[in-house]
Ligand binder design. Structure first.
Ligand code: C2O
Ligand code: CU
Ligand code: CU
Length: 456
């Protein structure tokens, strides 16, 4: 009898315990390089429909790369030649897009280059020097992107520097932020009309596919975090109480100099690199959280992301961080053309446009000349924020929300808040061909808030 009561109590308490039980911080597996040639990274990547444990120990039907959600991390060095043998075992077409990487247009994985169900293809490109940073990969079949990403298809792509400016021995962590929504049977729920309008946000937040994991640190240590927002629409306003976030980089790699913040906004598809020096006392703990941010119409609450647990060891001596990370030359703005792209929404009719046009892959919207520099002004005439992303070329933000950018950095995604503008310079070097630019709220992209650029 006693035993039975205990069992019942355990059952009742199960949910409570599930959220309180400590999950150790874990990172996605790094994809194995099958090449033995120096400077060549050759990997196998397969997308398929499968089942994995995401919540409450139950099996959820997902779309996964190599049976993992998120997918395995691809890690390469600047200058490497990358060969990806991709197989599509999904019941629908897909592509693999290399978000932020400067690759030839026919290797970019855009919506024109579908890989049909059961088909394979090889993606192959060389990683430019100077592009060390945190990138990612995800599908891009038009109209299906949001759902395929929600079903689990996303992975990180880390490019390491030939000459790393940060001292050796700094522990490093990848933090992939995704969110999702589940029904009572732990299955991912399809998107509603509301999701399409606002951009789908889930009520469960994952850090590398785990819920509220715990990262163990020692007082005095400095850790490096590569944080990737792989969510369809959720914004994260990162904050770690009593700790500063020393930002050292963004989408296209390291800053020139570190900049200290108490909070950092991460729009969908953006990445940041931060150093955190843990100087609370041994034995204490603190929670990395996302603070409320109003992106227009979506209520957002303070949300815990992961827990940091200090060991009882005596404080370690923090490493010395260099004042200069790398030089970044501002793009020489001998400008060929200046353009304006305007985001507009008609939410009621699920009508999302750029320059009053919906995406049409048979139309070229913008033609640029190879090797020239352009200035793009992105205007948001809508009532919600839209993160603007350009494929294939990193740009330098000149002006954001009416203020000049305080320092030079490489970006591929810039958030354009409701009613505001962003202005950037971009050089179309090396590759001709067709690329996409779009809002990275994936539902908006699928609905047509996307245009094409041809570099000739
Ligand atoms: Cu993250 Cu068009 O892509
Ligand atoms: Cu992209
Ligand atoms: Cu949008």
């Amino acid at each position: 009898m006693k035993f039975l009561i205990l069992c019942l109590m355990t059952l009742n308490a199960q949910n409570l315990f599930a959220s309180q039980m400590e999950v150790p911080f874990k990172e996605p597996t790094i994809l194995i390089n099958s090449s033995t040639t120096k400077g060549v990274v050759e990997v196998q990547l397969t997308a398929s429909k499968t089942k994995v444990q995401l919540i409450d120990g139950k099996f959820t039907e997902v779309y996964a790369y190599n049976d993992m959600v998120p997918g395995p991390t691809i890690e390469v060095f600047e200058g490497d030649q990358v060969i990806v043998h991709f197989k599509n075992l999904l019941p629908e077409p897909t592509t693999v897009h290399w978000h932020g990487l400067h690759v030839p247009s026919d290797q970019d994985g855009g919506p024109m280059d579908l890989v049909l169900p059961g088909a394979s293809r090889v993606y192959s490109y060389t990683i430019p020097f100077g592009s060390a940073g945190t990138y990612w990969y995800h599908p891009h079949p038009h109209g299906l992107t949001a759902n395929q990403v929600a079903m689990g298809l996303t992975g990180a792509f880390i490019v390491r520097a030939a000459n790393e400016p940060l001292p050796r021995g700094i522990p490093e962590h990848l933090v992939t932020l995704t969110d999702n929504r589940f029904d009572g049977n732990s299955q991912i729920t399809p998107s509603t009309k509301m999701d399409k309008m606002m951009g789908r946000e889930g009520n469960v937040i994952f850090v590398n596919g785990q819920r509220s994991p715990t990262l163990n640190v020692r007082s005095g240590e400095t850790h490096r975090f590569r944080i990737l927002n792989a969510s369809s629409a959720r914004y994260y306003l990162l904050n770690l109480p009593n700790h500063s976030l020393l930002q050292i980089g963004t989408d296209g790699g390291l800053f020139e100099k570190p900049v200290s913040y108490s909070q950092i906004l991460l729009a969908p598809a953006e990445r940041v690199e931060v150093l955190i020096t843990f100087n609370n006392s041994p034995g204490s703990s603190v929670e990395m959280q996302s603070l409320p941010y109003d992106r227009g119409g979506m209520g957002s609450k303070k949300t815990p992301l992961f827990r940091v647990q200090y060991s009882n060891e005596l404080p370690a001596t923090p490493p010395t961080i260099p004042n200069v990370l790398r030089p970044i030359d501002p793009i020489d703005t001998q400008v060929a053309v200046e353009r304006t792209f305007t985001f507009t929404e008609d939410m009621k009719n699920l009508d999302f446009r750029i320059n009053d046009q919906k995406f049409d892959m048979n139309r070229v919207d913008t033609v640029a000349k190879l090797g020239t520099v352009e200035i793009w002004n992105i205007k948001n005439d809508g009532d919600m924020d839209h993160p603007f992303h350009l494929h294939g070329f990193q740009f330098q933000v000149l002006n954001h929300n009416g203020a000049p950018s305080p320092y030079v950095t490489w970006k591929d995604t810039v958030n354009v808040p409701k009613g505001q503008t962003a202005r950037f310079a971009v050089k179309f070097d090396n590759y001709r061909g067709i690329r996409m630019y779009h809002c990275h709220i994936l539902d908006h992209e699928d609905l047509g808030m996307m245009g094409t650029l041809e570099v000739k």
